[in-house]
Design a protein around this ligand. Structure first.
Ligand SMILES: Nc1ncnc2c1ncn2[C@@H]1O[C@H](COP(=O)(O)OP(=O)(O)O)[C@@H](O)[C@H]1O
Ligand SMILES: Nc1ccn([C@@H]2O[C@H](COP(=O)(O)OP(=O)(O)O)[C@@H](O)[C@H]2O)c(=O)n1
Length: 669
């Protein structure tokens, strides 16, 4: 996940490949509970891993339900077979409404001695309507704190199933969902539920009914006001079940397939985890995307989207049935042949933010003409030659952030800045990583920031921090030479000109992997071994061999990936990335650098002598500067930064300021 204050997306040219989307939260927790309540074992595939699902699993374990997971395999739940589970338990359900409500209903009808509680915020979330409905049935539920709110105590019921049960449907559809999942456990006769008030969020009830059917219970419904759980209903495991990916999240990749082509033609985007037969309401976004020209094939649990009509065809659509996914249409409309109108979207005004205003304001920053009404939005296409680089404000709204990333495919090759990119965490923490994995762009469009300089000038420290602030990849090129020197020494090769070819051959095929900040050489963690002063000296020697330098070029170039790269070393700006838009030459006096290295070594518990260190680093400077190939010297267009009198933070700020001055965006703040 990008936790930076902004994320600059370079201009993107195409996309190709497949994406696996995170599982839907509402489906995940329903499936877990149903698997726990039925007979037999259920293999649950692609479960969403989130706080809410973890809380549910822990509760199910406490209730005596078998939960196993083999590495990389599905989760195996052994159901309780509708029998009263462990008859007493204290369940802590965090802030997971999708665990609290259905568990309350299920345990209340089964009976026992249970207590259900959560975090402070959970104790402010109402549950009175559900408790009232369950009490009509004869369930025994007491409030342990404020009436109408958790925590709750549940006892043994004296069930009365003859009269219809009334439940309010106009506050939260979760109360009805909870009853629908609990009542099949005790359906000795037909049980009727009457919904009081206009039922909201019908697509979520649809999901509940579909999942009940997968577990063998078919509920009859009359409109959206009366539901009957037939006598003799009984949960049966489907054996294995896939949790669908979130259909709203799919909309960004459906749009991506519709607007982009790949290097190798129109292979399109394959979306794994959700298919057109999805039980989620937002899957109907597929129809809207088709109307705009997308070519979409689908199968069980997958969609395949290719560009069809181009430019896209404008649409005029009532979006009431897909309020969340429809936001994606607003950005697709920028690539259309005429103005598109999205209607009946009044609910956008009361979501995470006023989404009508937000979409209009941000699209205008890109250069678009947008008209808005109380419950509609009209977006005019933005022709080539009129796109502007824009810093998109995201209003703590994940969907605004995800939608506007698609503007990076504009024909004018303008980058897009997304402010507060971590707002996507709400539903799709790795959204941008997933996008970058399939997006394509000519390599020269991927920005590189080079920091070169002598040893202990602070390059590595500053470069790593700059990379972190920008959300860019980080290349510590010195590490490549250090690893090569280590590999050569271990192979018994003296580091000299006589062994140049053999060491170069070794360097070309270094079995090196970079994982979570660690460096693995042939599977062994060498992160510490390459950091000794001796390893640094050997690296300096090995780096003077031209064939070795040539051998390491491809490995270094390979770090240039989306969204950008910060590279530190000796020749980043002069040899490896000569066209980088910013090159910094970082120095500090020899005395200062010796002192820094001394402190660094002492803090790691390595004994050192400051005079020796200074003599060593001056020798290293001399060798690095005087070698004929890629000598250490500032690139002609490098900016000089002497860090002798600067703190690390000051050096980082200076580099970021220079970087910002080269960007076409207004300042992030
Ligand atoms: N501007 C600075 N002021 C003070 N100490 C610094 C500064 N920059 C770096 N350091 C410290 O100097 C040491 C050497 O920095 P490092 O990044 O390893 O240098 P290099 O990569 O250039 O060899 C580190 O312990 C770091 O914390
Ligand atoms: N791009 C680079 C990076 C490092 N090197 C060499 O590799 C050695 C180790 O680099 P490093 O950056 O890890 O070393 P320090 O600057 O941290 O001491 C240096 O002394 C350089 O000789 C190089 O030649 N070219």
């Amino acid at each position: 996940m990008f936790t930076t204050t902004f994320l600059d997306i370079p201009p993107l040219a195409g996309a190709d490949g497949s994406v696996t989307l995170p599982g839907s939260k509402s489906i995940s927790n329903r499936v877990l509970l149903l698997a726990a309540l039925c007979e037999g074992q259920t293999s649950v595939h692609d479960l969403l891993d989130s706080d809410d699902t973890r809380v549910m699993l822990e509760a199910l374990r406490q209730l005596g339900c078998g939960v196993e997971q083999a590495e990389g395999g599905p989760l195996r739940i052994t159901g309780l077979g509708g029998q009263p589970p462990a008859t007493a338990a204290r369940l802590f359900l965090g802030n997971a409404g999708t665990a609290m409500r259905p568990l309350t209903a299920a345990l209340a009808v089964l009976g026992g001695d249970f207590e259900l509680s959560g975090v402070a915020r959970m104790h402010e979330r109402p549950i009175g309507d559900l408790v009232d409905a369950l009490r009509q049935l004869g369930c025994r539920i007491d409030y342990r704190g404020n009436p109408g709110y958790p925590p709750l105590a549940i006892g043994q019921p004296a069930l009365r199933l003859d009269a219809p049960i009334a439940v309010r449907g106009d506050v939260s559809s979760q109360f009805l969902t909870a009853l629908l999942m609990a009542l099949p456990l005790v359906a000795r006769r037909d049980i009727v539920i009457d919904v009081v008030g206009e039922l909201i969020s019908k697509p979520y009830i649809e999901i509940t009914l579909q999942l009940l059917a997968r577990f063998g219970v078919v509920v009859q419904r009359e409109g959206w006001s009366r539901f009957t759980v037939p006598a003799g209903s009984r949960y049966r495991s489907p054996g294995s079940i896939h949790v669908e990916a979130d259909a709203s999240s799919a909309s960004y990749f459906i749009a991506l397939g519709a607007i982009s082509t790949g290097d190798a033609g129109q292979n399109g985007i394959k979306i794994l985890g959700v298919g057109a037969d999805s039980i989620q309401g937002d899957i109907r976004f597929v129809e809207a995307a088709r109307a705009m020209g997308a070519q979409i094939d689908s199968g069980p649990n997958w969609l395949h989207v290719r560009r069809g009509a181009w430019p896209l065809q404008a649409i005029d659509l009532d979006c009431n049935h897909i309020p969340d996914a429809a936001m994606t249409l607003a950005v697709m409309a920028l690539y259309a042949d005429a103005p598109s109108t999205l209607r009946n979207i009044a609910s956008w005004r009361v979501k995470e933010t006023d989404r009508i205003a937000a979409m209009a304001t941000e699209a205008r920053k890109l250069g678009a003409t947008v008209e808005e009404g109380l419950d509609w939005l009209r977006i005019h296409p933005l022709p080539a030659g009129h796109w502007r680089a824009a810093a998109i404000h995201t209003y703590d709204d994940h969907r605004v952030a995800m939608c506007f990333s698609l503007a990076a495919f504009n024909p004018d090759a303008r980058p897009v800045r997304i402010l507060d990119p971590q707002c996507v965490a709400k539903t799709f923490p790795d959204y941008f990583e997933t996008l970058f994995a399939v997006a394509q762009t000519p390599v020269e469009r991927i920005p590189v920031l080079c920091i070169d300089g002598p040893t202990a000038s602070g390059k590595g420290t500053v470069a790593a921090k700059v990379a972190q602030r920008l959300g860019y990849h980080f290349l510590d090129s010195g590490a490549m030479y250090r690893i090569t020197a280590l590999a050569a020494t271990r192979a018994g090769l003296a580091i000299d000109a006589a062994h140049e070819e053999r060491i170069a051959a070794l360097a070309r095929q270094l079995p090196v992997r970079f994982r979570a900040g660690r460096i693995l050489l042939a599977g062994e963690d060498v992160s510490e071994a390459i950091r000794t002063e001796e390893a640094g000296m050997n690296a300096s020697r090995v780096s003077a061999l031209p064939a070795v330098r040539a051998a390491l070029v491809a490995l270094q170039l390979g770090f240039r990936g989306l969204p950008g790269l910060v590279a530190d070393g000796r020749d980043m700006g002069t040899v490896i990335f000569p066209s980088a838009p910013l090159k910094v030459y970082l120095t500090a006096s020899a005395a200062c650098r010796a002192e820094r290295r001394y402190k660094q070594l002492i803090s790691k518990g390595i004994s050192a002598n400051i005079d020796d260190l200074r003599a060593d680093l001056e020798a290293r400077d001399a060798r690095d500067s005087s070698r004929p190939v890629a000598p250490l010297r500032p690139a002609q267009d490098a900016l000089l930064l002497d860090s002798s009198a600067l703190t690390i933070e000051q050096a980082v700020s200076q580099v970021l300021q220079w970087w910002q001055e080269r960007q076409p965006f207004p300042r992030a703040d």
